[in-house]
Design a protein around this ligand. Structure first.
Ligand code: GLA
Length: 394
C-alpha cells in the first residue's frame, strides 16, 4: 500500500500531467474519512457522538488560475468537470463534483474570496461504504479554497458550511458528525462531540500496540439509505413534538432523560417510542463510554458498543442481515472488545475494537463466517486514529 506522502506526490504529478506543469507552486491538502466508535443517529438529535478520523483520506492538489474557472480532475475515476465561479450549478454527469461545487458556493455566499483553480484529487476512503468519503471531499475542497484564496476561516465554520453544502446543494440531509471529525480529528484520539453546542473534547485512545480499530466492509450498498434516514429523522421529530406537551423544556431528544422517557413513553406511537428510546439510551452510552475510555476500561467500552448495535438493530431498525451476521461473527472471536455497525446503516461497515495480536485471526474468522453465510467477500481496513484536514508539505 502506498503511504500518504507517496500518494500526495502521485496526486501532484497527476495535476501537472493533466493541467500542464508551467511555473506553479502546488498546494496540497488532505481530509480523512471517519469511523464512528459510538453515538449513532444521535447527531441530528442534538446529541453526542464519538468518531475517529482514520488514516484513509482524500488528497487534493491544486494551483490558482487567473480567471474565474475551476477545473477538476478526479484521478480515481479518470473524470473531469469544470465550471465558472460566476455561476455554480449542479452537475448531473460528474456528480462527485457537486460536493466541491456546493462547498465553493457556500464559501462565496459568505463573501469569501474564492479563486479559480486547477485541482486534482484521489482517495483511499472506500466509496459509499459509510466511511464518509463525501465529507472528506467537502473538507478537502473547503480547505483548498481557503489556502488558494488566502482567506481566514475557522475549521468549525468550514465544517458547518460543508454540512450546509451537503444538505442544500447535494441534497443529503446529514447531521454534522462526518464533516466535524474530518475537519477536527487528531492522531491517537477519538473526538467526543456535543452536536448541540459543538463543544468537543479529544479523548486519547489506548496505545495502538494494544488494540486495533478494524473496519469491516459488508460490501452491501443499499439505495434506501437516504429515504430511511429521512424517515428516522422525522420519527424523532414527531417524538419531540409529543413529549414537549409533557416536558416543555424539551427541544430535541437530547433533552429527554431516561427517567422522563420511562414516564412518558406510553404517550408515543410504538414505532416512534422505539426510535426515541434508541436515541436517548445511545446518548447515555456515549457518556458512559467516555468514562470507560478515561478509566482505561476497554472491556466496558466494548460492551457499550455491543449494546449500541443491538439498539440500532432492534429499536432504530437501521441494521440489516449482513451487518448482523458480521457483528455476531466478531462478537464470537476471543480478543474482540467490541463490534457494532457504524454510520447510517442498511449496509456499509462495522467497527471492531480488537486486541492487536488477534487481528489476523479476527479477519480470517469473520471473513469465513460472513462469506459462508452471505456469499459476499468482505474487505477489512485496519485503521489508526489520524489528524483531521490539513495542509501537506512535500
Ligand atoms: C450518516 C450521517 C451522519 C450521522 C450518521 C448516523 O453518516 O451523515 O450525520 O447521522 O449517518 O449516526
Amino acid at each position: 500500500m502506498v503511504n500518504m506522502l507517496e500518494r500526495a506526490e502521485l496526486v501532484r504529478d497527476q495535476l501537472q500531467e493533466v493541467f500542464g506543469d508551467g511555473d506553479h507552486s502546488v498546494e496540497i491538502v488532505k481530509a480523512p474519512g471517519r469511523v464512528n466508535l459510538i453515538g449513532e443517529h444521535t447527531d441530528y438529535n442534538d446529541g453526542f457522538v464519538l468518531p475517529v478520523a482514520v488514516d484513509r483520506e482524500i488528497i487534493m492538489a491544486a494551483w490558482p488560475r487567473n480567471d474565474d474557472e475551476v477545473h477538476l480532475y478526479a484521478i480515481d475515476m479518470d473524470e473531469e468537470s469544470s465550471f465558472s465561479l460566476e455561476r455554480i450549478e449542479r452537475d448531473t454527469q460528474a456528480s462527485w463534483s457537486n460536493y466541491i461545487r456546493g462547498v465553493l458556493l457556500e464559501l462565496q455566499e459568505r463573501g469569501l474570496p474564492v479563486r479559480g483553480m486547477n485541482a486534482a484529487f484521489s482517495g483511499d476512503v472506500p466509496l459509499a461504504a459509510g466511511m464518509s468519503s463525501s465529507a472528506a471531499l467537502e473538507m478537502a475542497s473547503g480547505l483548498m479554497a481557503k489556502v488558494i484564496g488566502q482567506f481566514q476561516i475557522d475549521m468549525v465554520e468550514l465544517v458547518k458550511l460543508a454540512q450546509q453544502a451537503e444538505n442544500t446543494f447535494v441534497g443529503v440531509n446529514c447531521g454534522i458528525m462526518d464533516q466535524f471529525i474530518s475537519g477536527l480529528g487528531r492522531k491517537g484520539h477519538a473526538l467526543f462531540l456535543d452536536c448541540r453546542s459543538l463543544e468537543y473534547e479529544l479523548v486519547p485512545l489506548p496505545p495502538t500496540n494494544e488494540y486495533k480499530i478494524v473496519i469491516a466492509n459488508t460490501m452491501v450498498k443499499r439505495g434506501l439509505v437516504d429515504s430511511a434516514y429521512n424517515e428516522r429523522r422525522s420519527q424523532c421529530e414527531a417524538g419531540v413534538e409529543i413529549l414537549q406537551k409533557y416536558l416543555p423544556q424539551v427541544t430535541a431528544l437530547r433533552d429527554v432523560s431516561l427517567a422522563d422517557f420511562a414516564e412518558h413513553k406510553d404517550k408515543l406511537p410504538t414505532v416512534v417510542a422505539k426510535r426515541c428510546e434508541h436515541v436517548i439510551t445511545e446518548n447515555q452510552r456515549v457518556l458512559d463510554s467516555i468514562k470507560a475510555l478515561k478509566a482505561n476500561d476497554i472491556e466496558e467500552f466494548g460492551r457499550l458498543m455491543k449494546a449500541s448495535h443491538e439498539s440500532l438493530r432492534d429499536l432504530y431498525e437501521v441494521s440489516c442481515e449482513e451487518l448482523d451476521i458480521m457483528t455476531e461473527a466478531a462478537w464470537g472471536v476471543p480478543g474482540t472488545y467490541g463490534a457494532r455497525m457504524t454510520g447510517a446503516g442498511f449496509g456499509g461497515c462495522t467497527v471492531n475494537l480488537v486486541k492487536a495480536d488477534v487481528v489476523d485471526h479476527f479477519t480470517a474468522h469473520v471473513k469465513q463466517v460472513y462469506a459462508g453465510k452471505t456469499g459476499l467477500n468482505p474487505e477489512f481496513y485496519v485503521c489508526e486514529a489520524d489528524d483531521g484536514a490539513k495542509r501537506i508539505e512535500l
